[in-house]
Design a protein around this ligand. Structure first.
Ligand code: MSP
Length: 479
């Protein structure tokens, strides 16, 4: 495929990213949501095209005013502060069995070098100019707002944080020109996708309302990467952060071929940066665009916004302690339709855990294993090699909760099949065909569930490996 002189390679590689998380906060269920979803997608592709062809990147966003301020409150330098928090993200993701291939930190000098080079390239192409910015700035979002976007004079996303008014000399990206001439046609032609569809519409309508150029540097912020042609300024933290997706492929050995990324997974609050500003920066630098940006929705807890002051924050650790790693992964992903907002609560998690995992999957496995053990049947050798078509379509279409629904249907159908065939009856206990069907179906269910429940499915596969079988402990004890 050729477009405006850029050759787009067709590649048998898959590159998925999460946002890089600010180190002013610890990992919570919101950041865990994006990260678990990315892990499921990475595991799916590893199964499909081999681990060496998949690259899964996550990391931390460590520069800017917000981190500078948070560090000062703790009487630490920003770097000392980031060094304390960043490992908490790594250990939380590990505790959730998140199989990232690389964890990037924006304070890594190799990343900083790529940021400088890329910005210099855009400057040399004439897409950056010097100007003055005046207006409201929310440090929580690390972005300027228009007066008209404020709600009751405050930030729409951080109503409790004070908005500061800033007037400073900045370097600006010619966003208006880039979007009108380059980004908009590419969105319309589907050269890169914005998903789900309703978010694509939101982005298109926002573009239609009119675009203003954006700052790519800050004058008063010292905690950042110096602007290469004017060391009195630092690179605006969002520009620095977005470039992580590209810089990792540049500075890590053997990763160059992974660019352009297949999928940036983000929350809906940061879609504009990923679907518009990031694309404009890449176009200005002459770099190929990522293929898809997918925005998921926001969780509320018991109907309320999750917040430290309300005391309703659910931590990944709380979920792991109560439901186990796979239970936590399952509950977070099945809670809401991927892409929409949704409400969660520990009470509904208990109900779903018991229904789907304890009584559903767990019970199916333990009753089948017990019966097979008694029957002394030799297990069939057949092993699944592919995902079921409906699971494949839903995972590749980023409908992760739907894929789980498909698997649940299979679990209850198999339960029904067992009830109808009554293989526990003396005269039927050795009916091979029925057992073969059950074992095949269990192995396919385990295969389909692999990306979602890596530990549990490994245990099921081992238990049902054959030639004979032993019953075991319940996979998901009831709550
Ligand atoms: N540092 C930027 C991203 C830069 S990427 C180049 C950032 N960091 S963040 O730590 O604030 O990111 C949080 C992520 O968690 C975002 O994807 C956000 O949408 C998500 N969530 C934060 N709260 C959430 C909920 N209550 N529900 C679901 N996800 C939410 O933004």
């Amino acid at each position: 495929m050729v477009r405006k002189g850029i050759i787009i390679k067709m590649k048998n590689k898959y590159y998925v990213t999460t946002p890089i998380y600010y180190v002013n906060d610890k990992p919570h269920i919101g950041s865990a949501y994006t990260t678990i979803a990315a892990d499921i997608i990475a595991r799916y592709w590893r199964e499909k095209i081999g681990s060496e062809n998949v690259f899964f990147l996550t990391g931390t966003d460590e520069h800017g005013q917000k981190i500078e301020q948070a560090a000062a409150e703790k009487k630490l330098t920003p770097k000392e502060f980031a060094d304390q928090i960043s490992p908490k993200f790594e250990s939380t993701w590990k505790s959730l069995n998140v199989s990232y291939d690389y964890f990037i930190r924006t304070t890594d000098p190799r990343h900083e070098k790529v940021v400088s080079e890329l910005l210099q390239k855009i400057y040399d192409s004439g897409y950056i100019y010097s100007g003055t910015y005046e207006g409201p700035y929310c440090v929580g979002c690390e972005r300027f707002y228009k007066e008209s976007e404020l709600v009751n004079g405050g930030c729409p996303l951080h109503p409790n944080k004070e908005i500061s008014y800033q007037k400073e000399r900045n370097y600006f990206l010619k966003l208006k020109e880039l979007v009108e001439k380059e980004v908009l046609p590419r969105i319309k032609e589907g050269e890169y996708k914005i998903e789900p569809e309703k978010r694509r519409h939101e982005i298109l309508s926002r573009i239609e309302l009119g675009i203003e150029d954006v700052s790519v540097s800050r004058e008063g912020v010292t905690w950042g990467i110096p602007v290469p042609w004017d060391k009195s300024q630092t690179v605006y933290v969002w520009v620095d952060a977005l470039i992580n997706y590209y810089s990792a492929t540049k500075f890590l050995d053997g990763k160059k071929d992974f660019w352009p990324a297949n999928l940036h997974l983000v929350g809906k609050d940061i879609l504009w940066f990923h679907a518009v500003i990031w694309q404009a920066l890449l176009i200005a630098a002459g770099i190929e665009l990522p293929k898809t940006v997918f925005a998921h929705g926001f969780f509320t807890i018991d109907g309320q916004k999750m917040s430290k002051s309300l005391g309703n924050v659910i931590t990944p650790k709380q979920l792991i302690d109560r439901y186990g790693v796979d239970g936590a992964r399952y509950l977070v992903i099945s809670a809401v339709s991927f892409g929409s907002d949704g409400d969660i609560s520990l009470k509904t998690f208990d109900v779903r855990y018991n229904a789907d995992l304890a009584n559903g999957l767990g019970n199916l496995i333990s009753r089948s294993a017990k019966l097979l053990e008694i029957s002394k049947t030799k297990l069939i050798e057949w092993k699944p090699e592919e995902f079921s078509p409906e699971v494949l379509i839903n995972i590749e279409g980023h409908k992760l909760d739907k894929a789980l629904e498909n698997i649940l249907v299979r679990i209850s159908s198999l339960d029904k099949y067992i009830n109808e065939n009554e293989p526990w009856k003396k005269e039927k206990l050795h009916e091979i065909v029925v057992w073969d069907n059950i074992v095949k179906e269990i192995r396919q269910i385990a295969f389909d569930l692999k990306p979602f429940l890596p530990e549990t499915t490994a245990a099921i596969e081992k238990q049902f490996e054959g030639p004979t079988i032993k019953s075991g402990e319940p996979l998901f004890p009831r709550k």
